[in-house]
Structure formats: C-alpha cells, structure tokens
Design a protein around this ligand. Structure first.
Ligand code: SF4
Ligand code: SF4
Length: 158
C-alpha cells in the first residue's frame, strides 16, 4: 500500500508565506463581530504561555478582550522576519493549524493559498495540524458560548 503524503510546511522557503497579510478565504464572506482577517487571534492558552515570556512585546489584548499578535498596518505579522517566526517556540495555535479551514457544510478544508496544499491530502496528512485546529475550534466554541450566555443574562438572546 502506498504511504499517504503528509502535509509539509515549506517554512522560510515558502514563496507564499502565510505570515503576511491574510485576507480571508473568499470575498463572499464577512466576519460577524468586526474582527478583520488580518488579525492573529490568540487562544487563552496562547496568552498564558506568551505573557511573561520574552515574547510578550509581540502581543496585546484587543478591545474585544481577546489577545492578538501585533501586525503592521498592512497586516504583516510583526513576529515575521526574513522568512522566520521570531516566536516560533511559542507559535500561536492559529498559526499551527494553517492551512486548515472549517466549512460547516462539508467539514474540513485546506486553504489553497498555502503553497503546500494539494488535492490528494487526507486527514492523515494533516494529523498534526488537526490537533491545533481542534484547539482553535474549542476556543471559538467556548468564546461564543460565553457571548450567548452574556446576551441571555442581559435578556438580549432570542
Ligand atoms: S506568529 Fe509566527 S507563525 Fe504566526 S503569523 Fe507571526 S510570524 Fe507567522
Ligand atoms: S503558506 Fe503553507 S507552506 Fe507556506 S509557510 Fe504557510 S503553511 Fe507553510
């Protein structure tokens, strides 16, 4: 039986690095809640790890209470230098699950902007990225549960 190829990030050799300005996957979707695709949102665990570390200056807490990695005005990550991630040892979860994307209609997808995405890759190919991807999903689920609970408490949910 032939081995299934694993997903392989080209890192500093990548011509289309995902650390530049990310502009979403399609101009046919809009964010609900005002965040922009170029923002690099941190999970609570990312925040815990990076706060107090030597990488703390790369992050901040935004108005919505969620952490972010700082980006330049054009959306390029400030921790990106000469093709390398300066906070690689504490790389945020969202960066570790790229190029995966969840479509609620058909499930797991991969973003074709990534130089290493090909049609033949499978769940097994993305096993490492899926672990981080699930963490990111759990973070968002918990975030939206809290938002809904807040709305209910305020009497604003349907
Ligand atoms: S934190 Fe690192 S991996 Fe994530 S976008 Fe910035 S440079 Fe890239
Ligand atoms: S676009 Fe894909 S191959 Fe390139 S750095 Fe990002 S994850 Fe790696």
């Amino acid at each position: 039986m032939s081995e299934v190829a694993g997903f392989f990030c080209q890192k500093q050799n990548c011509a289309a690095s995902c650390c530049g300005a990310f502009d979403g996957v399609s101009d046919r979707i809009v964010p609900v809640g005002g965040r922009k695709f170029k923002e690099i949102v941190l999970t609570s665990s990312d925040l815990e790890r990076i706060r107090g570390s030597r990488y703390e200056d790369f992050i901040y807490i935004a108005e919505d209470g969620l952490g972010r990695v700082k980006t330049a005005d054009d959306g390029v990550c400030l921790a990106y230098e000469s093709g390398q991630c300066l906070i690689n040892e504490m790389k945020p979860t969202i960066c570790q699950c790229f190029p995966l994307y969840l479509d609620v209609f058909i499930g797991l997808c991969a973003i074709k902007d990534c130089s290493s995405v090909t049609d033949g890759l499978t769940i097994k190919s993305y096993a490492n990225e899926i672990e981080h991807f699930l963490e990111m999903c759990e973070f968002w689920i918990s975030h939206y549960r809290q938002e809904l609970d807040k709305l209910r408490d305020e009497g604003g949910a349907k």
